[in-house]
Design a protein around this ligand. Structure first.
Ligand code: CP
Ligand code: NVA
Length: 302
């Protein structure tokens, strides 16, 4: 991948490019455990802008830059001029003169597109209301570490139709695995996403979590209330049948992998028993954020 490239959604990349990133993530993880370092980003800096809270994304990107020999700078709305109304475009123009990559976690995908439209360095989506591509890459890496052919798998996403669901749909469009999405009526993925998946019969939207997880190799879930959304009791009640619990797992394959991007609301979308049980790959998935970030940064910024 020679040309300067942004990672705004998974659809920005070909299947071959994504496979290369996933395998690089696995290789970098193995090297890390062998104590080998790769200082390919020496002298380079990543600006990380967070308009929403973060534990994993912030720490994994910052540590990834450090381990690759580079440096990361954390910016937020309160302490930068973005918070006082400086435009995304002007911020991107200025940062492009200082740093070799920009990671933005923001609300609207449009903010990210504005930065990418003028930045002369790669712009990476660290989560928007619409997509969370770097998380789904960590999830795919975790699956690939444990299962051979991603395209032959049956993956179920159970819960709210949110940024994670949309990025899973993008992954299913690219890789061709069977994806069943189960959400309560009214919480399905939205217009643009439905349109993009319409020519991909491997992706099905259901309202029945049991049907969705039938013989599934992987079950994913996420919070019912994403950042910026208000919790409400009615939505809680509506989502209760969509909880990932032991009973739901009994409809999947015995060796089903359970994934959750975290943070989890234990006892809501997932039970303690499943989260801490033998089918859970959730904390390995979280650890893999570090290694996949290194693969993403090396691919885009080297
Ligand atoms: N999964 C994830 O993106 O976590 P953070 O919000 O902690 O970054
Ligand atoms: N859907 C969640 C993911 C958090 C990592 C959110 O947007 O809050």
């Amino acid at each position: 991948m020679k040309k300067m490239k942004h990672l705004l959604t998974l659809l920005d990349f070909s299947r071959a490019d994504l496979e290369a990133i996933l395998h690089l993530g696995i290789d970098l993880k193995k090297s890390f455990y062998k104590g080998k370092s790769d200082l390919c980003l020496q002298g380079k800096t990543l600006a990380m802008i967070f308009e929403k809270a973060s534990t994993r994304t912030r720490v994994s990107f910052e540590v990834a830059m450090f381990q690759l020999g580079g440096h990361a700078i954390h910016l937020d709305m309160a302490s930068s001029q973005l918070g006082r109304g400086e435009s995304y475009e002007d911020t991107a123009r200025v940062l492009s003169g200082y740093v070799q990559g920009i990671m933005l976690r923001t609300f609207s995908q449009v903010n990210l597109e504005k930065m990418a439209s003028v930045a002369s360095v790669p712009v990476i989506n660290g989560l928007t209301d619409l997509f969370h591509p770097v998380q789904v890459l960590a999830d795919l890496m975790t699956i690939l570490e444990n299962k051979k052919n991603i395209d032959e798998l049956k993956i179920a996403y159970v819960g709210d139709g949110n940024n994670m669901t949309n990025s899973w749909i993008n992954a299913a469009i690219i890789f061709g695995f069977d994806l069943n999405v189960a959400t309560p009526a009214g919480y399905e993925p939205s217009g643009q996403i439905l349109q993009e998946m319409s020519s991909h019969p491997n992706i099905e939207i259901l309202q029945d979590p049991v049907r969705a997880v039938k013989s599934a190799d992987v079950i994913c879930t996420d919070t019912w209330f994403s950042m910026g959304q208000k919790e409400d009791a009615q939505k809680h009640k509506l989502f209760t049948p969509f909880q990932v619990n032991k009973k739901l797992l009994s409809h999947a394959l015995d060796e089903v992998m359970v994934l959750h991007c975290l943070p989890a609301h234990r006892g809501e979308e997932i039970t303690n028993e499943v989260m801490d049980g033998s089918n859970s790959f959730i904390f390995r998935e979280a650890e893999n954020r570090l290694h996949i970030q290194k693969a993403i940064l090396k691919t885009l910024m080297q």
